[in-house]
Design a protein around this ligand. Structure first.
Ligand code: SAH
Length: 464
């Protein structure tokens, strides 16, 4: 059968969708070129904000009609809308859905398909799957066919779930308690990606710098980076990143490891969420803004030319104009490379939704969001302008509107005009134009465009 997976939300969902695709292909199913041709439809959902949940329900409504016209289609609902706790609780409300898949768990779809396919087919698929499984070592992932030797950057979950309850956050409710993957499994996963042409991996966790804390005498993220670095050298993976870090678990040792290992990129995603201590306390973040500012200083001291990204929530319960202004001032002072700004959205069961009013009006939240976005656009334009005329190693991923698109070690987008095949290559690029969201450059010795066309790409949210 042919499948189509529609992925909303964070990189963890991208990784989960890839795992599902891999498991389906092991059993002889193929990706549909066009979603309308697919027999199996999966929506991998995000509920971190109401707007994300609304998108999932919008698509579920479309699928309801599709299912009426084509009752044979198999519809799967995956991810945080389903959750780990009671995955079947939406069954009555969503009769169009055949299979509910908790985050990171393809098994319900695989079981459904084996129960519903003809017996002969099921035996054949099972035998094929067994052969694939036997050939794969612990943790190894067979990329879906269209990604084999075609995907440059891939995500590797290293910590599932989250046990650190920020008062606004629904993720611990939907992804369950924190648990780290064993090193051996991660090594298998990374090695298999390297062998299939992947050149950059991003290790993922809700609080990735807590890696190993749930394993007695377990390894730390620094230890894991060292092991993964060895695998990268062996298999031709050029770059390693990790996200998202929490300020409280960023150790000096981790920062020194990032600085020391050449394939680990100088790029740290460490959200502060707010610039005011009272708001931070109500968010239950566990640090003060002074501690966050010190941490940024330390990261910059220890990792040369590091890019630091943050997440901010505006309009949190009770956030006054003065408190918002503190967040604005902190961002203006810190001059970070990227800030994902979100408007506070109360989520079911969270402490803030249960006990704190959502009292900042919608238009005021929007004003605050825009103020920070505008500030950030100016700051990042200035930061990026410092790269003008410099030569930087760019890992190229794809062609986009006739230009090669790649990223610098700091994860800045760069476009280059070239007739050479740069796919999957790291090449030195001289930066000839910079803007807040992207840069342009040329390969040394080549002419650049006389008047560079301005390509502005919206920032890609690290987590939505
Ligand atoms: N675990 C990561 C990321 C969590 S979700 C962390 O520790 O930060 C990604 C981002 O979504 C968060 O960093 C936060 O800025 C935002 N977010 C989470 N819950 C939200 C809510 N209820 N309303 C608005 N934004 C939210």
């Amino acid at each position: 059968m042919r499948y189509h997976i529609w992925t909303l939300g964070c990189q963890m969902n991208v990784a989960d969708s890839q795992l599902l695709a891999s498991e389906l292909e092991k059993r002889g199913h193929h990706a549909a070129e066009d979603w309308e041709e697919a027999d199996i439809w999966v929506i991998n959902t995000c509920v971190v904000r109401q707007s994300a949940e609304d998108k999932a329900y919008g698509r579920l409504n479309e699928l309801k009609h599709l299912k009426q016209r084509h009752p044979g289609k198999i519809i799967g609902l995956m991810g945080c809308l389903v959750g780990v706790r009671d995955p079947l609780r939406l069954r009555k409300q969503l009769p169009q859905v055949d299979v509910f898949l908790p985050p990171s768990d393809p098994a319900p779809m695989i079981d459904f398909l084996s129960q519903h396919s003809a017996e002969g087919e099921a035996i054949q698929a099972e035998a094929a799957a067994r052969a694939e499984r036997d050939a794969l070592q612990d943790g190894e992932l067979l990329l879906p066919q269209h990604e084999r030797n075609a995907l440059i950057s891939a995500h590797v979950p290293v910590v599932y779930g989250c046990s650190f309850a920020c008062s606004y956050c629904i993720i611990p409710f939907r992804r369950g308690i924190e648990h780290s993957r064993p090193v051996g499994e991660i090594v298998g996963h990374v090695r298999s990606l390297g062998r299939q042409g992947v050149k950059e991996i991003t290790l993922l966790g809700q609080i990735v710098d807590r890696y190993g804390k749930d394993i007695p005498d377990g390894p730390t993220l620094a230890d894991l980076l060292r092991v993964v670095h060895g695998v990268a050298e062996e298999t031709g993976i050029e770059r390693i990143r990790f996200l998202t870090s929490h300020p409280n678990w960023m150790t000096d040792r981790l920062l020194d490891t990032v600085a020391e290992l050449p394939r680990v990129m100088p790029h740290i995603e460490v959200p502060n969420q707010a610039g005011d201590n009272e708001v931070l306390a109500r968010m239950k973040r566990g640090y003060t803004i002074e501690q966050y500012i010190d941490l940024v200083g330390k990261i910059r001291d220890r990792i040369p030319e590091v890019a630091i990204h943050t997440d901010i929530i505006v309009g949190f319960s009770g956030e006054t104009e003065t408190q918002f202004q503190r967040t604005y001032d902190v961002l203006a002072q810190l001059r970070l490379d990227k800030a994902h700004i979100a408007k506070y959205s109360p989520r079911p069961n969270t402490l803030s939704a249960r006990s704190m009013p959502d009292d900042v009006p919608a238009d005021e939240k929007e004003r605050r969001r825009k103020a920070l976005d505008d500030l950030q656009a100016q700051v990042v334009a200035e930061i990026n302008a410092r790269w003008l005329g410099k030569t930087v190693p760019v890992l190229f991923e794809e062609q986009h509107r006739g230009k090669w698109r790649g990223r610098t070690p700091q994860n800045k987008l760069v476009f280059v005009d070239s007739s050479e095949n740069l796919f999957g290559r790291v090449a030195n690029v001289e930066i000839t134009w910079t803007g807040p969201w992207s840069m342009q450059g040329r390969l040394p010795g080549r002419q650049s465009d006389p008047a560079p066309e301005v390509i502005e790409i919206l920032p890609i949210a690290s987590t939505q």
